[in-house]
Unconditional design. Structure first.
Lengths: 505, 350
């Protein structure tokens, strides 16, 4: 029987259960030869879990995987590579301290008996890079490469083995327009060689240029597999979210003419190269940009988490440049860090304890002599938990055992503990399911409509576009554009992502 | 006219001066990025002790230092391997003490049981010493790789366990009465005119250089320290690499233990008391990053040599051993601070 009658990869009834979460629930997925198949869905929909099963990083709890009609079991990354399945992860799996060619051959060094053959590896690397059309000197250390170059190394790594399946996880997330076109041309060449490509991306407008079919996942379940031709973008979004866009994002009233609460002038810091921003009461300021564009670092600088080298930050008229974080918090700034596990929550403590920590500044909780009133802080914590809709049963549960959505709710609860003038939310809904997101958006709406100043920094473009009254787009440490109201559109924002901002001499 | 020429000359000289300054700055920066603080520390040591002690800068003294540094070189090579994987080993001193005590005890026992069988006695003693050190290394490796115990706690615990056992075996009394041939060969012997300890060091240096630069194991060790997640995704068996790293480290310390025992002609529990600190200092000063993934064999050899040279210089300059401890600790901390800057410069250099 000819193998051509079978799909290249057929995954049937795949489920993956993590403690407390069902990441994948009975998902089917088929990949044909010479096909570019997009996996589409929100953060936490199960895309990453599905590909990590195929890549050999995780094993499915149940389900079967067939390759060319034969059942296979993928126990490790090595086994996946031997089967011809190569993966380019979103977080690069490169060792920064090693050179390009050492990374390329890591785990499969060419050896002569006991010893590695560096000359052969160098030659192999140069040949492969020439073949792929990547112009990188292979003796450079990975640490010295740009993101795009690092990605090329990742792709080359996947191609070192004979490849039949190439998995690309958000490959264009950090590429410029030109680099993206190069990547597409490369994908087409690979396709012509018979490789099946699984392509994860949020960028709907890319799909028509590159993809054949799209499979949509939502909350760990298969939703639909549709051809790219004839499926409008709006339909895709509805399939992804399970509801129309206007139902997800609330209408938030803007209070025009609110006073400027925070004034950033010509701010310079690591990754920030001269930023001016006014944050006003009663409106939501959206902040968009790529990873490393300075969109997050600007606010970390404001918060005193990294030093400002020049410029000023004024809070309610007072100069707080390089003030300690403690002072900013005391003076009415709330900052929600982008990584709730590393910076936001005390993971080993309960929900109540996490909230009570943020309640300490309140006078009814901490007395004049520094004694803490346990009972009133407890009842306040319970009130706040119910405000952010944390189930009563979760209040005494250790935070690390809560789902990502509930953890994020605890983090938002901390925002409500003490009243502030300005609320900075850095990636407010990262890794959170749709239901929780709408709840979190409602909380943001409430805060903004009570006349507070709100800053939403997000890599999720639709989110930041829909929430913001005013949107600043960062590129290379500077503000590339400031958009208002109707000017905010995906094209306008994306166009500025790669802008080279001219600095007046 | 002459005034003009003079002026021009002055200007020229100033320009060349500025150029030389810039060049020096560039060279210093490059050198710092490539090898770290070692060349600067080495230069400072040479200058200071040459000026203060005239016996210092002599060939005899340098040969002496080279011979004394054998033990630290061996231990530092092992320490380097562990540091490169992103850990460190505080129990190298224990590996030395245990090797010394166990091998001495076994040799004394064997000498009584099989008088005259010199080869059997020596090999048996050495093998017992190696075996014991291997157990220490294997325990470290097992704890760190399998159970994820932090290297700090694991090796600190092993240090206490090991020295406790060494003291228990001997009751704190040195084990004397070793076979004459043992010290005669391992301690003071020469092969082809080269002192035996130096020979061991040379072999170990060559073997470690090959291991780190020309084998899969070496490449994987660098990768594990540079980015464990990436290494794992590339199919590197992290558990195995970590296990062998600690085992090899203990074995290298054990070799030093045998050689030291032969040198002092008795099994001692207090051998290697300060070597954990000294070996880490030698590595860090030689540009091995505490963050893992960076470090070169040849630099570490020089780093160990530097530490011994410094101690030698301080001895000649009659600086007391208490002050020496203060200075060594300070240098280690300074080196770590410089290492931090260097890492930032390396990573930030685009």
């Amino acid at each position: 029987m000819s193998t051509a009658t079978y799909p290249l990869i057929e995954m049937t009834a795949i489920s993956k259960v993590f403690p407390g979460v069902k990441a994948l629930d009975d998902v089917d997925f088929r990949l044909e030869r010479r096909e570019v198949h997009v996996l589409f869905g929100e953060n936490g929909a199960g895309k990453s879990t599905l590909i990590s099963i195929l890549a050999g990083v995780q094993r499915p709890t149940s389900g079967r995987i067939l390759m060319d009609g034969k059942e296979i079991s993928i126990g490790s990354v090595e086994e996946a590579a031997n089967l011809g399945i190569g993966t380019v992860f979103q977080e690069f799996s490169l060792v920064p301290t090693l050179t390009v060619y050492e990374n390329l051959y890591l785990g499969r060094e060419i050896t002569h008996g006991l010893f590695t053959d560096h000359r052969a590896m160098l030659k192999g690397a140069r040949t492969l890079f020439a073949e792929l059309g990547f112009d990188i000197e292979v003796t450079r250390r990975v640490v010295s490469l740009s993101r795009a170059e690092q990605q090329m190394v990742e792709i080359a790594k996947a191609f070192l083995n004979d490849l039949s399946v190439l998995i690309l996880d958000e490959p264009t997330a950090s590429l410029t327009e030109k680099e993206t076109q190069k990547l597409f041309a490369f994908i087409r060449r690979a396709q012509a060689r018979g490789v099946g490509i699984i392509y994860i991306s949020h960028r709907i407008h890319e799909f028509s240029a590159i993809a054949d079919r799209i499979t949509i996942l939502r909350d760990g379940k298969w939703v639909a597999t549709v051809p790219v031709k004839g499926t409008p973008e709006g339909a895709l979004v509805e399939l992804m979210t399970g509801r129309a866009i206007d139902k997800i994002y609330p209408d938030i009233a803007r209070n025009p003419g609110g006073k400027t609460v925070l004034e950033i002038r010509n701010l310079h810091a690591w990754g920030v190269m001269g930023v001016d921003i006014d944050v006003r009461a009663g409106e939501i300021l959206g902040v968009a940009g790529l990873v490393g564009s300075g969109k997050s670092r600007t606010w970390r600088t404001v918060m005193g988490l990294q030093p400002a080298t020049a410029g000023t930050v004024r809070l309610n008229g007072e100069d707080v440049t390089n003030a300690p974080t403690r002072k900013l918090l005391d003076d009415g700034v709330f900052y929600l860090p982008p990584d709730r596990k590393a910076e936001g929550l005390v993971l080993s403590a309960t929900t109540a304890a996490n909230l009570q920590l943020s309640l300490l500044p309140r006078p009814e909780v901490t007395s004049r002599f520094g004694f803490v009133a346990g009972r009133s802080s407890r009842s306040l914590a319970e009130t706040i938990a119910s405000q952010v809709e944390i189930a009563t049963g979760h209040i005494d549960r250790v935070v690390s055992r809560l789902s990502g959505g509930n953890q994020q709710k605890v983090l938002f609860g901390k925002a409500l503990c003490v009243e502030r003038d300005i609320y900075i939310f850095d990636e407010p809904t990262v890794g959170v399911d749709m239901g929780t997101r709408t709840e979190l958006y409602r909380l943001i709406k409430t805060i903004a409509e009570t006349g507070k100043a709100v800053v939403v920094i997000s890599s999720d473009l639709p989110e930041v576009m829909h929430l913001a009254h005013r949107l600043v787009v960062f590129s290379k440490g500077r503000i590339a554009a400031e958009l208002q109201g109707d000017e905010i559109s995906e094209e306008a924002v994306l166009g500025h992502f790669f802008a080279e901002v001219k600095v007046p001499a | 006219m002459t005034d003009q020429i003079v002026e021009k000359n002055v200007a020229n000289r100033a320009a060349t001066g500025a150029l030389a300054m810039r060049l020096t700055k560039k060279v210093v920066r490059e050198l710092f990025l490539r090898v770290g603080v070692l060349p600067f520390f080495l230069l400072a040591t040479l200058v200071v002790f040459t000026a203060t002690a005239h016996q210092f800068l002599t060939l005899d003294n340098f040969i002496n230092v080279a011979r004394q540094s054998v033990y630290l070189v061996l231990v530092s090579l092992g320490q380097m391997l562990v540091l490169i994987t992103g850990g460190f080993d505080l129990s190298v001193g224990t590996a030395i003490a245990l090797t010394s005590v166990v091998s001495a005890t076994v040799m004394v026992t064997l000498s009584a049981a099989l008088p005259g069988w010199v080869a059997v006695i020596l090999i048996g003693g050495a093998a017992a010493g190696f075996g014991t050190a291997f157990v220490v290394g294997a325990l470290n490796g097992f704890g760190v790789s399998r159970f994820g115990v932090s290297p700090f706690i694991m090796t600190l615990g092993a240090q206490s366990v090991g020295s406790g056992i060494a003291l228990f075996i001997t009751g704190g009394v040195p084990v004397g009465g070793l076979p004459y041939e043992f010290s005669d060969f391992f301690g003071f012997g020469r092969l082809l005119g080269v002192p035996v300890p130096v020979l061991f060091a040379v072999i170990a240096i060559a073997a470690m250089w090959l291991l780190m630069n020309r084998t899969k194991f070496g490449a994987h060790a660098y990768a594990v320290g540079g980015n464990p997640k990436a290494a794992q995704l590339s199919g590197v068996d992290i558990t195995k690499i970590l296990f062998y790293a600690y085992a090899i480290c203990a074995l290298l310390a054990s070799v030093a233990g045998i050689l030291l025992t032969a040198r002092v002609e008795s099994g001692e529990t207090n051998l290697g008391g300060t070597i954990a600190l000294e070996s880490i200092a030698a590595c860090v000063i030689a540009g091995v990053s505490l963050k893992g993934g960076i470090g070169r064999v040849e630099s570490v050899v020089l780093g160990a040599f530097f530490i011994v040279l410094l101690q030698n210089g301080m001895n000649i300059a009659q600086i007391g051993s208490y002050m020496q401890m203060v200075l060594l600790g300070t240098l280690l901390i300074l080196a770590v601070i410089f290492d931090h800057f260097r890492y930032r410069l390396l990573v930030g250099e685009r």
